[in-house]
Design a binder for this molecule. Structure first.
Ligand SMILES: [Zn+2]
Length: 155
């Protein structure tokens, strides 16, 4: 384990199975974490084939749940893959990430819970989203709850 005293610290903030944590940068309000995937899943979302070859890389930012009052941003060095079966290209699957929200699934779940009892602005400030993203998560959550309630209503 490496140590550095130039604003870089080491600790296990992620505990995400699909990612390997690199350096953690800490500032007054934020943690920035470098990460790469462990490469365990290369299955094509289109045809399901597991035979894919590397087709470049891309750095992507995902927000994660705040830690000790600081926002957490994870920079993932993510592989682009090309399916040998069907020829489609795709980003390697990261099951713990919500690609649409550019956030971890656990953060989206936290925001869903919080959005029922706090203002969108205060949540947005805490997690590093804009207010519109919080409103979208809230709206989808309430719609989903509505469907579940209707589904469970006896006829
Ligand atoms: Zn395929």
């Amino acid at each position: 384990m490496k140590h550095s005293w130039a604003g870089i610290i080491w600790m296990d903030l992620l505990s995400l199975k699909s990612l390997q944590q690199g350096t953690v940068h800490e500032s007054e309000h934020d943690y920035h974490i470098e990460a790469s995937s462990n490469g365990s899943d290369q299955s094509c979302p289109d045809c399901g084939s597991t035979h894919a070859v590397g087709f470049g890389r891309k750095r992507q930012l995902f927000m994660d749940s705040p830690v000790r009052g600081k926002r957490v941003g994870i920079w993932v060095d993510r592989k682009r893959l090309r399916c040998k079966q069907c020829g489609k290209t795709f980003m390697e699957p990261l099951p713990e990430m919500d690609d649409r929200r550019q956030a971890t699934r656990r953060l989206v779940q936290d925001v869903e819970r919080e959005s029922l009892r706090r203002t969108f602005a205060s949540i947005a400030d805490d997690v590093g989203f804009d207010e519109k993203s919080i409103r979208n998560i809230f709206r989808d959550y309430v719609n989903r709850l509505g469907r579940e309630v209707r589904f469970e209503t006896p006829r």
